[in-house]
Design a protein around this ligand. Structure first.
Ligand SMILES: [Fe+2]
Length: 317
């Protein structure tokens, strides 16, 4: 992958893996009971395994170099859900080719993630790391992937997220260093930084995240969580930074805007910049098939031009 001038990434999210395993009653004596009821009354009809499987088959046919998964693999963070999701991940692709960040459903109640995320560690740790530490950093060819965790347990009725100061500081330092390397920087976080979430579902420190991007820049910011497609830009130091929110990978149902989909990105290295082609693949109504939806074509400046000239003189090949 390192030598090619064009790399293809696929982005999917909000897998909400079905079916839900049997839940021992003692594990439901907390917020889980609400999620369990919601799943059994309604969500099991919306998030369907056959749709997810059809999406993965369509995605494979597009032959991406790397897959990006922005969380909510599970529903109420049951121990067995984490194990089933690990099996699903293993079938999706090897850890080298699949980068995962967790969502709020993956940390649905306090303590669940401590054990559950161990099953997913290989897919959400950095190149040099033995354990998942967020943000993690993976270099794939000319691309750098920075994976963040916004997954924190929230009170009943809430689905909010939080990065925290430590992650934000480490993210900024990494973005600056990767700009000096001339990398195409992809930032993954479950909760959108675009202003599309209702307050009880939002990223609490969204403004602080946006301030990091404003100062340090990035080339692409990818999220899920809303189960709808959104696109927009965040302010960056050298121009707008594209941000996308992908629909849920498993959502069927009758609302067209919530229908399952995933994104494909073709990133081409060009003189002085990048060409970014974005394409939404969307579930066709009434079928288990996917077709092209919105497409976008963007040109982005190379980040290293933004670092001081003295640094460039200091040995960038
Ligand atoms: Fe979700």
């Amino acid at each position: 992958m390192s030598g090619s001038a064009t790399l293809r990434f696929a982005h999917l999210s909000d897998v909400h893996l079905a079916p839900m395993p049997a839940a021992p009653p003692r594990l439901l004596l907390n917020k889980r009971i609400l999620g369990w009821l919601s799943w059994n009354l309604k969500r099991h009809r919306l998030h369907r395994r056959e749709i997810l499987d059809a999406l993965v088959a369509d995605l494979r046919a597009q032959a991406p170099d790397h897959l990006l998964v922005t969380g909510d693999l599970v529903n109420i963070s049951l121990p067995e859900e984490y194990e089933r999701a690990a099996a699903w991940l293993a079938a999706l692709g090897p850890p080298r080719q699949v980068s995962l960040v967790p969502g709020n459903h993956d940390a649905y109640v306090a303590g669940a993630a401590d054990r559950g995320w161990r099953h997913w560690a290989a897919w959400m740790r950095g190149d040099a790391a033995a354990e998942p530490v967020f943000p993690y950093l993976r270099r794939r060819g000319f691309v750098a992937i920075l994976g963040l965790s916004t997954a924190v347990p929230s009170p009943p009725g809430y689905a909010s997220g939080r990065l925290g100061d430590a992650q934000l500081r480490a993210l900024e330092a990494a973005l600056v260093a990767l700009a000096a390397e001339g990398r195409f920087r992809i930032v993954l976080l479950h909760h959108p930084a675009l202003p599309v979430s209702r307050p009880r579902k939002a990223l609490e420190d969204r403004e602080a995240f946006r301030a990091v991007i404003r100062r340090a820049g990035a080339e692409l910011v990818l999220s899920g969580h809303e189960h709808r497609f959104h696109e927009g830009f965040l302010a960056g130091p050298r121009g707008p930074v594209p941000a996308f929110v992908v629909p849920s990978a498993s959502h069927g149902g009758d609302l067209a805007e919530k229908r399952s989909g995933y994104l494909l990105f073709d990133i081409e290295r060009q003189a002085g910049g990048w060409r970014l082609g974005a394409r939404l693949r969307r579930l066709v109504e009434g079928e288990l098939a996917f077709a092209d939806g919105a497409t976008r074509e963007l040109r982005l400046p190379r980040p290293e031009a933004g670092v001081p000239a003295g640094h460039l003189l200091g040995g960038v090949p």
